[in-house]
Design a protein around this ligand. Structure first.
Ligand SMILES: *Cc1c(COP(=O)(O)O)cnc(C)c1O
Length: 239
């Protein structure tokens, strides 16, 4: 028992240290780009890591957590129901599972089709809530299956604007990184440009840009990310 406590204390200290380092790097990247560190939020991506890790980070002040898998996340949400966690759904989402997501997450990052948007909307309407979400855009061509294309984005936005129980507050992208993180910098800049164009076209506010992961969050912050989604740098490798 004693040994177990010591282990979990050591794990908690490590997670906290990793988090502080990431926050430092985020702040430095923001300042380098003339932005306020407070304008970028860290979403700790806890998929495939235990609820105890989330609890430890939550005690250290981390609020936002990202999950990818509906069932895994639901179990953690139940276990941690008493903690002030703000849950983000960031994974690929099939529309037949969307009813388990609507109303249970502060933000759904991965809305990439009208069909999915409609299911989220309908479930949110049934619950009497408004679900906040981001449109996921695929900007890297063929390798990437998830996300609407840049060409399809305007049409999708026009249609989701009619769904009054779904509020789109920005865009998300997950570039396919193969080499240097600098290679994806133009992708992040492109997402920002697309956001600006949508705001103009529809006269709406889209303040959130969800972009940047362990390997490329510095570039993403410099290009305007408001939400970075970081797993490995905080929790270590996943099985
Ligand atoms: C897993 C995942 C992340 C975190 O990736 P790391 O490289 O571990 O930081 C971010 N965004 C999405 C959509 C993910 O699926």
């Amino acid at each position: 028992m004693h040994e177990e406590n010591e282990l979990s204390e050591r794990r908690a200290a490590q997670l906290e240290e990793n988090r502080v380092r990431v926050l430092d790097d985020m702040a430095r990247a923001a300042r380098a780009a003339g932005r306020e560190p407070g304008d970028v939020r860290l979403v700790a991506v806890s998929k495939r890591h235990p609820a105890s890790d989330i609890a430890a980070l939550c005690r250290a002040g981390q609020v936002d957590f990202g999950e990818n898998y509906v069932q895994e996340a639901a179990a953690k949400q139940d276990e941690l129901a008493s903690l002030p966690v703000r849950w983000h759904f960031i994974g690929g989402l099939q529309s037949n599972k969307a009813k388990f997501v609507a109303g249970k997450y502060a933000l759904v990052h991965s809305i990439d089709s009208l069909k999915l948007a409609r299911v989220l909307h309908n479930k949110a309407a049934a619950l009497g809530v408004v679900q906040q979400g981001l449109l996921q855009v695929s900007l890297c061509g063929e390798e990437q299956k998830s996300g609407t294309t840049a060409d399809g984005l305007e049409a999708l936005m026009e249609q989701v604007l009619e769904l009054d129980h779904l509020r789109i507050v920005g865009l998300m992208t997950m570039p396919f990184v193969c080499g240097d993180a600098e290679e994806v910098r133009p992708v992040f800049a492109r997402l920002r440009t697309l956001r600006d164009a949508l705001e103009q076209r529809f006269g709406v506010d889209l303040p959130e840009l969800s972009m940047g992961m362990t390997g490329d969050f510095v570039q993403a912050v410099q290009e305007g990310a408001t939400l970075v989604r970081i797993g490995t740098r905080i929790f270590g490798p996943r099985d």
